[in-house]
Design a protein around this ligand. Structure first.
Ligand code: ZN
Length: 92
């Protein structure tokens, strides 16, 4: 199948587009409210990305926060919220 966002060809079982990082398929147990709440409260740890299976971005956000001794936690959290808001519509 192809990503609706960037048009890249992706695996039929993929949940996240590897090229642009957007959600291409809703997981059965995925809930956009949980996803946004995770981004708001635990976004600096990438929790919302781990929730939807986007481990790469989640790991980057987690490492940025922890390795900067949480100096970057606030910007990462803002990034997480913006990311969650733009992705949440794909979960519904
Ligand atoms: Zn894409």
């Amino acid at each position: 199948m192809f990503c609706q966002n960037c048009g890249a060809e992706i695996n039929d079982n993929a949940v996240i587009c590897v090229k642009c990082g957007c959600i291409v398929k809703k997981h059965v147990n995925m809930d956009s409210t949980t996803y946004i709440l995770l981004a708001v409260f635990l976004g600096a740890f990438g929790a919302h990305n781990f929730y939807i299976g986007n481990k790469n971005t989640g790991t980057i956000q987690l490492l940025l926060s922890v390795l900067s001794c949480f100096i970057l936690a606030l910007p990462v959290n803002i990034w997480a919220i913006i990311e969650a808001c733009s992705n949440a519509k794909n979960l519904e």
